[in-house]
Design a binder for this molecule. Structure first.
Ligand code: ADP
Ligand code: MG
Length: 344
């Protein structure tokens, strides 16, 4: 069995824009060429600004976004391999129970007219995974307990619960089919800061106890930093850097990662105001800049950056970075090298 639970090669996801230019149908490349391995049993973080393509990439690994070119294959805990670009009906049915999504919004995700028991049981019923009602109840109770819900909770309706409790219900529902791969898309973003840590700890504990592979998506680098084993940073449909979080924070190798790190509010008053501001908006993926997509906001951009798209390269220190000048980046806070003739 390969080390990678999720193997992504040269993936592009295109959405048609419904208009033509010079006779060709125009498309938006939400994922614009990604090669990435997500190891078995890892808690893998995916970060980037809104619009960078995180949700689309996550959905592509669940066979829920169109694979326009390239491939995504998922190896489950039993060693079965699912080639998501070519799933037949039977494989699609088997895959659905191996891989699950936890939604962002615990308010919208739960049907208000169903009891918590029925909400959690629904995937078991739809996929016909149990012999009878007793077995369903048994599995619902077991997973609810693991998600720290108690038996009384199961008879109530979702409106009776707080945001954190509703997120536990969503998590229980995602785990009830015994999947081995989970995509958690902004699963703590809608929660109060005090509850975020709680849910994050629960997800981490479930991941360890159940041996799950987790893709944890967040726009917030500080959330990812404290929980993930690996982090991939995304910008405009591409991965720009990957590293273990400690290394990423100590010495980012991509100017975009460095800007995200310095935008995290510091508790040290001496440190405030030193933040390097990320100027401007993320460009539209319908008309991305030539060469390096980040160059229009990059303080280090040089002529080569407009001409050539940097590949994601393996660096000596365990990072991978897609920057022509990655070697020049030192610790966060270090000044960017002076660039002649290019406005910052
Ligand atoms: P993120 O999760 O990082 O905010 P998304 O994957 O949601 O990013 O979106 C990436 C880009 O793809 C955005 O420009 C978004 O508008 C576009 N997009 C996402 N889903 C669709 C869709 N179903 N049809 C057309 N465009 C889409
Ligand atoms: Mg998203």
């Amino acid at each position: 069995m390969s080390d990678a639970a999720i193997r992504i090669r040269d993936l592009e996801v295109h959405y048609p824009l419904g208009r033509r230019f010079l006779g060709k149908a125009e498309v938006l490349k939400a994922v614009a060429g990604i090669t990435l391995d997500i190891p078995h049993g890892s808690f893998f973080g995916l970060v980037g600004e809104s619009g960078s393509g995180k949700t689309t990439l996550g959905r592509a690994t669940l066979a829920a976004a169109p694979i326009s070119t390239g491939s995504v294959s998922v190896t489950d805990g039993q060693g079965d391999v699912f080639d998501l670009a070519h799933l037949d009906r039977d494989a699609a049915r088997r895959f659905r129970r191996r891989a699950q999504l936890i939604f962002q919004d615990p308010y919208a995700a739960l049907s208000p007219r169903m009891t918590v028991r029925d909400i959690i049981a629904e995937p078991l019923e739809v996929m016909k995974l149990c012999k009878n009602r007793d077995e369903v109840n048994e599995r619902v109770r077991a997973i609810a307990a693991k998600c720290r819900l108690n038996v009384e909770h199961l008879r109530r309706f979702p409106h009776a619960f707080s945001g954190g409790q509703r997120q536990r219900i969503s998590i229980a529902r995602a785990l009830v089919t015994n999947p081995d791969y989970i995509v958690a898309d902004e699963s703590v973003a809608a929660l109060d800061v005090s509850i975020q840590a709680d849910i994050l700890n629960l997800l981490k504990q479930l991941q360890r106890d159940l041996g799950l592979t987790f893709l944890f998506i967040s726009h917030d680098l500080s959330v990812v930093a404290h929980s993930c084993d690996h982090v991939a940073v995304m910008y405009l449909g591409r991965i720009v850097e990957t590293a273990p979080p400690r290394k990423l924070f100590a010495a980012p190798r991509h100017p975009y990662t460095r800007a995200l790190i310095s935008a995290i509010p510091s508790l040290d008053p001496d440190d405030r105001g030193r933040a390097e501001r990320l100027e401007g908006e993320i460009p539209s993926p319908t008309n991305p800049p030539s060469g390096c997509a980040f160059r229009t906001r990059c303080p280090m951009a040089r002529p080569l950056c407009a001409e050539e798209t940097p590949r994601l390269r393996q660096m000596a220190d365990g990072h991978r970075a897609a920057c022509h000048y990655a070697e020049e980046l030192a610790a966060p806070g270090a000044r960017a090298p002076q660039v002649q003739g290019v406005p910052g």
